[in-house]
Design a protein around this ligand. Structure first.
Ligand code: SAH
Length: 468
């Protein structure tokens, strides 16, 4: 029997097990994460992550994720609330990772967070990360120090304006300058540097959309007042080392949409991955209606793995099972759908493996599958070429939304201005992409996983040149 005392004991052991890792995630390029950070993220029960950490990076780890940033539509945590949440999670005996952009101890409020852990007697460790200044320096090829040019470097903040300092160092790196570049430049001039001093702004350092401006203080003061965040301002003669085309800018930037796909050699390409995930979110009313009248459908046509998986989920949730499908003939389209179906102990009556979507019509005809009532479980974005082929064979088709396709909510919108190539891994990725982007700029090369995806792309984005 559990006594109050033993209960308390259990709680305090749980609490003793709780540990917090304050980890730096680096400036953006996911490969700049340390091996230690990667291990701890894999082992974590919960990850609390900030604005500057990409949702794509954290999505690779199984832990519960809590976003503590300020991105639109999300609850905004104040620092106090973040501290409390970290403590609460640790007291439940969990392995907590507090993941921060760059390094936690460089303008990262890591100091404040450990303060609260110390107060509560919670165990913690700190894992350093690559700070934005180091990322920007390496990826823009501007050394922070250099023999005979610069022998000291200082990291400073441009925010708040009242705290701007100009230390006596050869190279100055200013963080948080999005709205205060001009104030920083004024302060630097006031400290005695002249208008011809070289400066650089490195925005989105180490990411696919890294942008660099270099010039003199005079030139930068003539430009617009604000820069986009996140950006760093560098000041010093070392900036003369900058070259327009460097090892990072030379690489082609590829947007990979969906899962799997071509292997792009990292020595030539920077890849940005936009997963096109499925989520629950069926058309409940319609699902209920179709399942109640399931014997009405002479054919159930499964066009993909997710259609199978989500359809059976809906079927089981409604208290039914495969016995309810005995009146219908079951057709799969492609190998993957057929193998998925076997997991539900169902062998398809027909397995269609067309090379081209056009084959579908003839396959239907050849197999005497014309004129049937067909249920087509799929996503909220049905494949119109399949629908057309099924209808063209004289069938009466009912598309049924059993899952929702979409990009993840927290994913940032990709700026196509920086993209050289887009790779679509499936037709549904093309349709998904179309829900967010109205078109694809002519200069971007488009590649697709197969002909079917290529056709979808041509259909949706017009007759632009596709490269397979
Ligand atoms: N702890 C972080 C800094 C957090 S303060 C680190 O060590 O890098 C936030 C500021 O960091 C931003 O306003 C910006 O000035 C800078 N920053 C962070 N990531 C950046 C990036 N990828 N490119 C340019 N600046 C970045």
């Amino acid at each position: 029997m559990e006594t109050k005392e033993s209960h308390n004991k259990a709680n305090s052991t749980d609490q003793n097990k709780g540990i917090v890792y304050i980890i730096g995630a680096g400036p953006g390029d996911p490969e700049l994460l340390t091996m230690k950070a990667d291990r701890l993220l894999r082992e974590a029960d919960v990850i609390l992550y900030d604005d500057l950490v990409s949702p794509e990076l954290v999505s690779h780890y199984p832990a519960l994720k809590i976003y503590t940033g300020k991105r639109k539509d999300c609850h905004h945590f104040e620092q106090e609330a973040i501290n409390e949440e970290i403590v609460r999670q640790a007291k439940m005996g969990r392995k907590v990772v507090r993941l921060k952009g760059g390094d936690p101890f460089v303008f990262g409020r890591g100091g404040e967070e450990i303060e609260s852990l110390r107060q509560h007697g919670i165990r913690y460790e700190i894992v350093p990360g690559i700070t934005a200044a180091h990322g920007a320096s390496a990826y823009s090829e501007i050394p922070l120090t250099m023999r005979k040019v610069s022998s000291s470097v200082a990291f400073c903040t441009g925010h708040p304006v009242s705290k701007i300092q100009v230390p006596d160092a050869d190279t100055l790196v200013y963080y948080m300058v999005a709205s205060s570049v001009h104030d920083v430049l004024d302060a630097v001039l006031n400290k005695g540097r002249n208008l011809e001093t070289r400066v650089a702004i490195v925005q989105n350092a180490t990411r696919y959309n890294q942008r660099i401006f270099t010039g003199t203080i005079r030139e930068l003061r003539e430009r617009e007042k604000s820069v986009y965040s996140p950006a760093l301002l560098l000041v010093g003669d070392n900036i003369s080392q900058f070259i327009g085309e460097n090892w990072f800018s030379k690489k082609k930037k590829v947007l990979l949409i969906g899962n799997g796909g071509k292997n792009y050699d990292p020595s030539d390409y920077v890849t940005v991955h936009l997963p096109c995930s499925s989520a629950d979110g069926s058309d409940r009313k319609m699902v209920q209606h179709c399942l109640e009248n399931i014997t009405h459908y002479q054919v159930i046509f499964f066009a993909g793995v997710l259609s199978v998986r989500h359809f059976f989920n809906c079927l089981f949730m409604s208290g039914r099972d495969v016995r309810h499908l005995r009146e219908s003939r079951i057709i799969t389209y492609g190998k993957a759908a057929a193998s998925e179906l076997v997991k539900y102990i169902v062998v398809p009556d027909f397995r269609l493996e067309p090379d081209k979507p056009d084959d579908l019509i003839s396959l239907f005809r050849e197999n005497g599958l014309s004129g049937a009532t067909v249920l087509l479980p799929g996503s909220n974005l049905p494949d119109s070429s399949q629908l057309f082929a099924l209808e063209a064979s004289g069938n009466s088709v009912t598309p049924l939304c059993v899952y929702t396709q979409g990009f993840r909510e927290n994913d940032e919108e990709i700026d196509l201005d920086f993209i050289d190539e887009i790779y679509f891994s499936s037709p549904s990725c093309v349709r998904n992409f179309r829900t967010v982007y109205t078109g694809i700029p002519e200069r971007i090369k488009v590649t697709t996983a197969d002909e079917h995806t290529g056709n979808e792309c041509t259909k949706i984005f017009g007759g632009r040149l596709l490269q397979g």
